[in-house]
Design a protein around this ligand. Structure first.
Ligand code: GAL
Length: 423
């Protein structure tokens, strides 16, 4: 773990509405009950994500008996609805007790806006200064202060397959196509075998993940990482070529891609309507929660990215002027604890951020991810806050949504370059 995290955070240093329950501080509770409440804001409302959250809650309930967990989740993959709700709550001075935030550029947004408190004292109190690798701590430290407690590490660049569907076109699901071109060749075979939309995809951030995966596969890790720290030119011919391949990939996708979220795209794969979907490894958690057998799907790094782990990390904050700071500290203690990380990550598809996890405690997928994390090169993700700021991410999402309709590569390329220069 240590080696992997050193690489990760070197990269990071370089790069820089359906509420399940009340959102924000509704102020509904009063007196004794309210003082016990710890409102936890996430977008982990359903399926495997909720199962992960439930794992944390079970440890919190046992170890923090003086307090009451209040679920303030807002559904929608990658916080597509939650982030706006949170921004409004923070802006209007009604922060939850704690909220999830990605390590990296996204966390810096909250720090710069003065919306999160320094929790470095808690690292000493809870022994986290030795539990987490130093380079991770360095990354979330700004001017000597630490602003969140990491819960996990997820991988973004993963393709999930339905072996039975691939079999229809004689494709071996265990073997990853070596390049994006080889993947396009397989998608073509699948279409010829009658699978109309062989690559299942959903709206917004899922399209961003696919673009990132294609750029990573085509440019290579160093040039890809350079896109986020200004060392790689967004106007380059290599970016144009990659975006054209992304355009080709979209021709193999479902027509309702602007209307569905990632679990729906995964269902297209599981039901055999598609052969593949590209999505982060919260899919492993969803399969587990849906009872899909490990033999009924395969996974591999997106074509051209074998040997690179595109990562993101969820962490929890202590918002400035948040409700019930003492209860929140108990939540943060749970998040950072060995017990909490195990209860969470065994169900969430992610691997623990702590250095002392025992791989055999984890399902097969996470054991493989832990091994890759140790040896792979590391790249950050803009869709999940490790590579770019929230403003840049929003501009990229708008450009991709326009592209989904207009399909103008030159316009997309200019918009991506502009997004990274601004906000
Ligand atoms: C990410 C988050 C993951 C997972 C995913 C899909 O941004 O870090 O934990 O929840 O969104 O919703």
């Amino acid at each position: 773990m240590r080696g992997g995290l050193s690489k990760t955070f070197a990269v990071l240093s370089a790069a820089g509405l359906l509420a399940v329950s009340a959102c924000g501080n509704s102020g509904d509770d009063s007196g004794d009950t309210a003082s016990k409440n710890v409102t936890v804001f996430t977008w982990w409302a359903d399926g495997g994500e909720k199962a992960g959250l439930d794992g944390l809650v079970s440890v919190f309930d046992t170890n923090c008996k003086d307090y009451k967990f209040v679920n303030s989740a807002v559904a929608g993959g990658a916080g597509s609805n939650a982030k706006q709700v949170l921004a409004n709550d923070l802006q209007s001075g009604k922060p939850p007790s704690t909220f999830q935030a990605h390590a990296g550029a996204e966390l810096k947004d909250y720090i710069t806006a003065g919306q999160v408190d320094d929790v470095s004292g808690l690292y000493k109190d809870f022994g986290l200064d030795t539990a987490f690798p130093k380079n991770l701590i360095d990354q979330i430290t700004v001017e000597g202060k630490i602003y969140s407690i990491p819960a996990n590490v997820h991988r973004a660049n993963v393709v999930w397959t339905n072996p039975k569907t691939l079999q229809k076109a004689g494709i071996d699901a265990a073997k990853a196509p070596a390049t994006v071109d080889a993947w396009i060749a397989d998608l073509t075979k699948l279409q010829a075998a009658g699978v109309k939309a062989p690559l299942a995809i959903s709206k917004g951030f899922a399209q961003e993940m696919l673009v990132e995966a294609v750029l990573l596969g085509e440019l290579g890790t160093d040039a890809f990482n350079g896109l986020w720290d200004g060392k790689t030119d967004w106007a380059g011919a290599n970016v144009t070529a990659a975006l054209n391949k992304y355009k080709t990939l979209l021709t193999f996708t479902n027509v309702d891609r602007e209307n569905i979220d990632w679990p729906d795209a995964l269902q297209y794969v599981n039901k055999g309507q598609a052969g593949y979907t590209l999505m982060g490894d919260w899919v492993a958690a969803q399969q587990l929660s849906d009872g899909v057998k490990e033999t009924d799907y395969t996974y591999w790094p997106s074509p051209g990215t074998a040997g690179t782990f595109q990562f993101l990390a969820d962490s929890f904050t202590l918002p400035t002027n948040g409700q019930n700071p003492e209860g929140t500290k108990c939540w943060l203690k749970t998040v950072g604890s060995a017990e909490g990380q195990k209860a969470f990550n065994t169900k969430k598809g992610s691997i623990p951020a702590r250095s002392d996890a025992v791989p055999t405690d984890y399902p097969k997928y996470q054991q493989a991810a832990m091994a890759d994390w140790k040896k792979d090169k590391i790249a950050p993700s803009c869709a999940h806050g490790s590579a770019c700021s929230a403003g840049q991410n929003n501009d990229i999402l708008s450009a991709l949504s326009q592209f989904s309709g207009a399909q103008d590569v030159a316009k997309l390329q200019t918009a991506l370059g502009t997004a990274l220069k601004t906000s």
